[in-house]
Design a binder for this molecule. Structure first.
Ligand code: PHE
Length: 345
């Protein structure tokens, strides 16, 4: 390649030269302008150029040198200007308000419930949301064709459009209790929070999923009195010392006897209001003594041990605490709603 071609080729590259930072710029300077750089190399070649061409080639090399220098200076200016921008930052200016997240109201209430029972010695237990029929129903004393299975509005899991009969979305967290009983011998004292699913039409008062906390205590000599005292303590811790409770007989396949617990309406103080339908009481949970059949099916000797269980909906408790009129607000993630709980924890 003739020296003129070499110069022309180098010249063409100059305009495309670019550097992302000072180091890269320095590398360019070395490549072109240092003693061993391209331009020095051309100067060496220049000695051998025929006398009648020296003028033309000399001018070309000078042009190249100027262009490289100009380009490198331009790039350098760019970096210097960027430094100036940094210098312009006013470190004393008030920061933009950082957008902090808040805990979800259901998380706040769940944590509070876990705390209250935690202080009474209940340990946390969790289990799968996609469960088998065995742990959601069979081990909990639901007979195969028991109508109570309908009561729970079960969601079945499908594969290739076929319902897998035994795999369901859990409809209560009692399934976790069944798993704990299978794996541990008494004393057992656990609290099981989690999401549950029921096939219900979505409205202000019902949703196809919600959250529960269920509790289980099994030991020698556990009685209904123990249950009642624990629940009274919970109600007072959660809703205040004046809160009253009442237990009404009820039915669950896995407890016998069973009850539903009401608390005095903490919105009207028991006088009667729209929330408690003017009765002064609101139902908050189901409970009872664990049916001996359940203990036996989970490998616990019902002649030695007795136990109680209870379960409540977290949304319900949150409604009572914060008077949320529409259940759907809990799952819509509208920040205007969520921000109202900024100060709640
Ligand atoms: N599992 C019941 C429900 O989902 C609640 C419950 C739990 C009732 C434990 C009694 C004992 O409605």
């Amino acid at each position: 390649m003739s020296i003129i071609d070499k110069i022309n080729e180098t010249l063409q590259g100059v305009q495309d030269m670019h550097a992302a930072n000072m180091e890269e710029l320095e590398a360019l300077r070395i490549k072109y302008l240092s003693k061993k750089g391209i331009i020095s190399g051309l100067m060496n070649d220049f000695r051998e150029v025929a006398a009648d061409q020296k003028r033309e080639v000399g001018m070309k090399i000078n042009e190249l040198k100027t262009q490289v220098q100009d380009k490198i200076n331009a790039l350098k200016d760019q970096f210097d200007n960027m430094d100036n921008v940094d210098d312009d930052i006013d470190l004393t200016r008030t920061a933009y308000p950082a957008a902090l997240g808040t805990r979800h109201p259901l998380t706040i209430v769940k944590n509070e419930i876990i705390d209250i029972f935690g202080h009474m010695g209940f340990k946390l237990a969790e289990g799968p949301e996609v469960e088998d029929d065995l742990h959601v129903y069979t081990k909990l004393n639901f007979a195969a064709d028991h109508p109570a299975r309908d009561m729970q509005d079960t969601f079945f899991v499908e594969q290739n459009e076929n319902v897998i009969k035994n795999i369901i979305l859990r409809s209560h967290t009692s399934s976790v209790q069944a798993r704990v009983m299978e794996q541990t011998q008494p004393p057992i004292r656990v609290i099981c929070p989690g999401r549950v699913y029921r096939n219900e039409a979505i409205s202000a008062r019902a949703h196809c999923f919600f959250h529960q906390v269920e509790g289980l205590y099994i030991d020698k000599g556990v009685s209904f009195t123990d249950l009642k005292q624990v629940l009274l303590t919970f109600a007072r811790e959660m809703f205040g010392n004046d809160t009253k409770i009442r237990l009404r007989p009820s039915y669950f396949p896995f407890t016998e006897p069973s009850a539903e617990m009401d608390i005095s309406c903490n919105i009207c103080g028991g006088k009667g209001c729209g929330f408690c339908k003017h009765t002064g009481w609101v139902e908050i949970l189901g409970c009872g003594m664990v049916d001996p059949n359940v203990l036996e099916s989970c490998g616990i000797d019902s002649k030695i041990y007795t136990g109680y269980a209870f379960g409540m909906g977290i949304e319900r408790i949150a409604n009572l605490k914060y008077q949320v009129s529409d259940l759907r607000l809990f799952s819509e993630n509208d920040v205007r709603f969520l921000r109202e709980f900024e100060a709640a924890y």
